[in-house]
Design a protein around this ligand. Sequence first.
Ligand SMILES: Cc1cc2nc3c(=O)[nH]c(=O)nc-3n(C[C@H](O)[C@H](O)[C@H](O)COP(=O)(O)OP(=O)(O)OC[C@H]3O[C@@H](n4cnc5c(N)ncnc54)[C@H](O)[C@@H]3O)c2cc1C
Length: 434
Amino acid sequence: MVVVNDNNCSWINDLTPRVNIQVLSSDLDCEWLVVGAGYTGLSAARKLGQLYPNQKILLIDAQLAGEGASGRNSGYLVDTTLNDGFTSNKELENYKKKANIYKLGTEAVKKFIKEHQVDCEWNECGKYFASSKEADKKILENFSDTLTKLRFEHNLLSNKELTKKLGTKFYNLALHTKGGILLHPGKLVRAMVDTLPENVSLYENSSLLNWNKVNDIIICHFKNGSIKTKKIIFATNGFLKSLGIKSNYNFPITLTASMTRSLSDAEFETIGKPKEWGVLPVRPMGATIRMTKDRRILIRNTAEFYNPYQMSQSELNKRSLKQKIGIKKRFPQLPDDIIQSTWSGIVSRTRNSSQIFEKIDDNIFVAGCYNGSGIGVGTLFGEQIAIKASNEVTDEIKVIENRNKPTWLPPDPLLSLGVKARLFYERMRAKSEI
Ligand SMILES: Cc1cc2nc3c(=O)[nH]c(=O)nc-3n(C[C@H](O)[C@H](O)[C@H](O)COP(=O)(O)OP(=O)(O)OC[C@H]3O[C@@H](n4cnc5c(N)ncnc54)[C@H](O)[C@@H]3O)c2cc1C
């Protein structure tokens, strides 16, 4: 199994290309091995490096560190997400548990960027949940009730206000939450790579092929070498299932996104020169769309059950076309050819949208499955799984472990049939919103 990412992601292409990449080409021993170098694995390795300055800690990734989903997402660090309902006390209690985790996730990222003076274009401008459909009013009113009960500041907006704030007449109603941060995901994850402690050795372009446990040692096999470790943390998120980890509790979903070039002064003028903003859809398969600080438009309007290892250029082109339509719907006055890049990335989903954070065997730990909201939670879970693997308990771990646990998923072909049918249904429901 080899993960091959496209090289098209604008966020990653904004960064200086990395040099001195170390590939695994021998047999090594260590105390700690972290597999996967996105927000989760980098945060786990950083924490282990602080906890064990004299131990050998290895971090390994199948591709370049941070260039999976962590470097290619939409950059919403969320405090709340929109789900239908939440009218009963039990649902409200569950929502609160989720929001508590998001809060800790935001704090973990905040602490990291403060400590390391990271510039990741952090903007505490909140976010919009918007729809073009009047029929979605009820959903937003229910959501507003939930947020009021939990004391999240927010307000409802109409078409007129939205046109002014977003520069598009497309949306008829929205709920704006004061909380929620927009950032440059590539800059954030690159800072995590650049600030790894000295006692963490990073190996890249080295895919874990298989692993087993003999007595108390975990043996991991790669194409050109092996690693024997006393403890291991799996942080491969959308690829957990492919490594046989919690297979009946998670599955990968492929997302694709496009970004335009920066709008010219004249183009920006035609849309009313809005400040940076981020819109999330009310219907799950609608478009996530963002205006960046430097006047680029990002759009993500696909989510598929698709081969997670790579997407060909011709498949990407098809999705790019969909994203062009999404941009044109909202900004008909902009030229047709402003998309600069289209890329895909893999996330992990569970049935009930709950995350995985656990010890799966003696000395074997796993954290992942953030259901599309992994910037803060991945950073938090990475740090805390390192602490859990050290047999310590923190207040954060207590909050994490108080969440609902992921529920069981049927095996294939039932799973793929079920997921595809659900995605199809949601796609139809959100047809007007892509
Ligand atoms: C298009 C898109 C938009 C998104 N938007 C948002 C958003 O706005 N806000 C938000 O919070 N989240 C968003 N997400 C989700 C977020 O990016 C993820 O939840 C987060 O990056 C997960 O971090 P991670 O470190 O757990 O996983 P990843 O970043 O996926 O890292 C896992 C790493 O494991 C490596 N790996 C896999 N298999 C192996 C193997 N066999 N051997 C070695 N290494 C392996 C991979 O190469 C990868 O680098 C989005 C994701 C995508 C793709």
